[in-house]
Design a protein around this ligand. Structure first.
Ligand SMILES: Nc1ncnc2c1ncn2[C@@H]1O[C@H](COP(=O)(O)OP(=O)(O)OP(=O)(O)O)[C@@H](O)[C@H]1O
Ligand SMILES: [Mg+2]
Length: 333
């Protein structure tokens, strides 16, 4: 990295009670600067793309949008081109609520917590874009949301799981959480679910219906697609034409389904860059005071295939063991 400066917290958030779990990034960083061409010390993005508008996930953030022309509306595919698909047919498992609690993951049915409230705010903007996309407006495949970040440990899986549980609570939506971190999958362990075949198996074996790999859970509306077995050619499989067909099967005839992809670090592995071609929205998780500005620019540049990139500033006060600490994370007790 050529620039090691950190993303600072906005002064107003440095309160005595400490920063919020998911902070608003506005005021701490000029997102519009990310729309300038990236000068990376990393390999360039796979395909050149025009600078993209970047916004925070929190709607009220006073961030001026970059002066970029709105993407052209697209016509939804005619019904006959959508692959006929049955309901998900994989295993069904219960999720241990205590296991969720230990990792600060939202517990469905529990009292309102700060984490729950923050993800409620974040999901609204994402769901709005998804709904517009389904109506043929704005971005294509807005119902597919990639969770990415520059480096390991910045909270991608934490945010992907919390966002999925939050969206599953919506009356009008169900959610499929896809573990696309093939080298280091952690969605199943985070949710306390057993292993099984997953996306990479379905991509590598055309005879395996992807819906057979999807795990149903006792959290209403929440489904999980494991990463599956890594192949050594994961990126090539992801980049293949078959990926489009497999992803289409995940949402065909399910207009209310949101698909969330957890991914490996953008600057350490290529799947996120490739997946950016397949999704309509990307959320880049930024760890305040940790993520380097140059790394963030590089990551956003590599995700440039996605039209709609948002930044989500993850809180500063968490332990990398995932255990709660301090009074803030004792909120629910
Ligand atoms: N806001 C937060 N509050 C509490 N714990 C958090 C928070 N964000 C992340 N963590 C914890 O920090 C650890 C690292 O987070 P996580 O696994 O989500 O990072 P990641 O970006 O997915 O990492 P990797 O790239 O290695 O997959 C986990 O134990 C997670 O539970
Ligand atoms: Mg992860």
């Amino acid at each position: 990295m050529t620039d090691q400066s950190k993303i600072p917290l906005p002064p107003e958030l440095r309160s005595a009670s400490g920063p919020s779990l998911i902070e608003r990034a506005s005021g701490s960083f000029d997102f519009r600067t990310l729309t300038r061409p990236v000068v990376p010390d990393l390999p360039p993005a796979p395909k050149p793309s025009a600078p993209k508008p970047v916004a925070v996930a929190v709607p009220a953030a006073p961030v001026a949008p970059a002066p970029v022309a709105a993407p052209a509306p697209f016509a939804p595919p005619p019904p006959e081109t959508i692959v006929e698909v049955n309901r998900f047919t994989g295993a069904y498992h219960k999720i241990d609520r205590e296991h969720l609690r230990e990792q600060c993951i939202i517990e469905p049915e529990s009292a309102v917590t700060s984490t729950l409230e923050e993800f409620r705010i974040i999901k609204r903007q994402l769901l709005r874009v998804a709904a517009e996309s389904r109506g043929g407006q704005g971005t294509r495949h807005g119902e597919r949301i990639l969770i990415a970040s520059a480096h390991p440990g910045e909270g991608k899986t934490f945010c992907a799981v919390n966002l999925a549980i939050s969206i599953a609570a919506e009356k009008d939506n169900e959610v499929l959480l896809v573990d696309a971190d093939f080298a280091k999958p952690s969605v199943l362990s985070t949710l306390g679910l057993p292993g099984g075949k997953g996306l990479m198996d379905a991509l590598a074996d055309p005879s395996l219906p992807v819906e057979d790999c999807v795990i149903g859970t006792d959290i209403a509306g929440l489904y999980v697609l494991p990463a599956g077995n890594a192949t050594g050619s994961d990126t090539e499989y992801l980049a293949s034409a078959r990926t489009n067909a497999v992803l289409d099967r995940l949402t065909a005839h399910s207009p209310s389904r949101i698909v969330i992809f957890d991914s490996p670090p953008v600057l350490a592995a290529s799947p996120a860059t490739v997946l950016a071609n397949h999704v309509g929205q990307t959320v880049v998780v930024v760890r305040a005071d940790v993520t380097g500005e140059a790394a963030l620019r590089d990551a956003v540049g590599l995700l440039g295939a996605c039209e709609d990139i948002k930044l989500l500033l993850n809180g500063t006060r968490f332990s990398t063991t995932g255990r709660r600490f301090g009074t803030y994370y004792g909120y629910k007790e």
